[in-house]
Design a protein around this ligand. Structure first.
Ligand SMILES: Cc1ncc(COP(=O)(O)O)c(C=O)c1O
Length: 359
């Protein structure tokens, strides 16, 4: 018997659909390092249009996209970037902006909703008249949706205010928009409006949108021209890359409209978890496709044990720290998968099942 598999580890785990595989097989390609791949050009033009920017650039990953953007904005030695203390760039990207780029990070506390207080951002901007000692602030980075806060969204009003602050101080604004489409759908604001204040924005195709590979950077023509050189330096220039851009185009066409359903399923999951004795979800944090839940002190199960039991029942999850778990919904999770997951978690928490099956 084939065991049911429900993969909630991340939205990066989706498998390319048949349409995506067909598009890969028939993609028109050429050498993209030389600038001749027509499918890459089509994807980049489409993304620039969606983002409301002049130009765009396909790169292999979100990590490389953020690195390229920060380094392009901070090309002068001694640059400093202001970013959230729980931002993906700061925590999960190997400190690449410093180790590879020599850019100094200045963190500001991320609030529970993923924002940073605007007065704290302003206070973190270095006084340029004391440049004999200070690094020079050149960039502010936001993340929308904010992964570590459970996929919460930064509003357009907030983003505009940070953009205004940046402008007033002669700084650039970058948005890590790995899940910007989730944020746009959840807020009901078109993507181009949500990122209007940004000088650069990254959007991952291989997360909620379900493409197998890739992230697109969008910005001005001159920014993208400089980013393209850095992409080559970092080894991210790819030759017949149209085979990866073709499924990304399918993802844009077919999967943006599925995000709202993903968010609804995440809410159903969160509500169901909250009904299980011993578990707690902060419902306010469930704005998009990510659900964090706590296992309450005194429960007879830990996150690693629960994860193992679920795995034995085909439900894949990620422990997120002591007594904390993360589940991520994507377009290959059905409502029935959500109900199955809830019933597995319920049975595991009450001790009805273990790693070896029903007790
Ligand atoms: C908010 C955010 N930014 C950037 C990234 C990096 O993307 P990649 O895994 O493609 O390098 C991730 C990955 O999960 C992310 O969640």
């Amino acid at each position: 018997m084939v065991m049911r598999r429900v993969d909630l580890r991340s939205d990066t785990v989706t498998k390319p659909t048949e349409t995506m595989r067909a598009a890969m097989a028939s993609a028109e390609v050429d050498d993209d390092v030389l600038g001749y791949d027509p499918t890459a050009a089509r994807l980049e033009t489409e993304m620039a249009r969606i983002m409301g920017k002049e130009a765009a650039l396909f790169v292999p990953s979100g990590t490389m996209a953020n690195l390229i953007c920060v380094l392009t904005h901070c090309a002068i030695r001694g640059s400093e970037v202001i970013l959230g203390d729980y931002s993906h760039i700061h925590i999960y990207e190997n400190g690449g902006i410093s180790t590879i780029g020599g850019v100094h990070p200045r963190t500001v506390k991320n609030n529970e909703d993923g924002t940073m207080d605007i007065n704290q951002i302003e206070a973190a901007i270095r006084d340029p008249t004391f440049e004999i000692c200070y690094p020079t602030t050149r960039l502010i980075c936001l993340e929308n949706s904010h992964a570590h806060s459970g996929g919460r969204c930064l509003t357009v009003e907030y983003t505009d205010k940070v953009g205004e602050l940046a402008k007033n101080h002669g700084l650039k604004l970058h948005i890590d928009g790995a899940r910007i489409f989730n944020a746009s759908v959840a807020l009901g604001v078109p993507v181009h409006r949500l990122v209007q204040a940004a000088d650069s924005v990254t959007a991952c195709l291989s997360k909620g949108l379900g493409a197998p590979v890739g992230t697109v950077i969008s910005g001005s023509k001159s920014f993208i021209a400089r980013a393209k050189i850095l992409r080559k330096t970092l080894g991210g220039g790819m030759r017949q890359v149209g085979v990866l851009c073709a499924p990304a185009l399918v993802a844009l066409e077919e999967n943006i409209s599925k995000l709202e359903g993903d968010h609804q399923k995440a809410k159903i999951l969160a509500e169901g978890l909250n009904k299980i004795k011993g578990l707690k979800v902060d419902m306010a944090s469930v704005e998009t496709n990510i659900v964090y839940f706590d296992i309450l002190e005194g429960s007879n199960i830990t996150e690693t044990h629960l994860c193992k039991i679920l795995e034995a029942h085909g439900v894949l999850t990620m422990p997120e720290g002591p007594l904390k778990m993360r589940l991520v919904v994507h377009h290959q999770i059905s409502e029935s998968d959500v109900q199955y997951t809830l019933s597995c978690i319920q049975k595991a928490v009450i001790g009805f099942v273990d790693e070896n099956g029903d007790k």
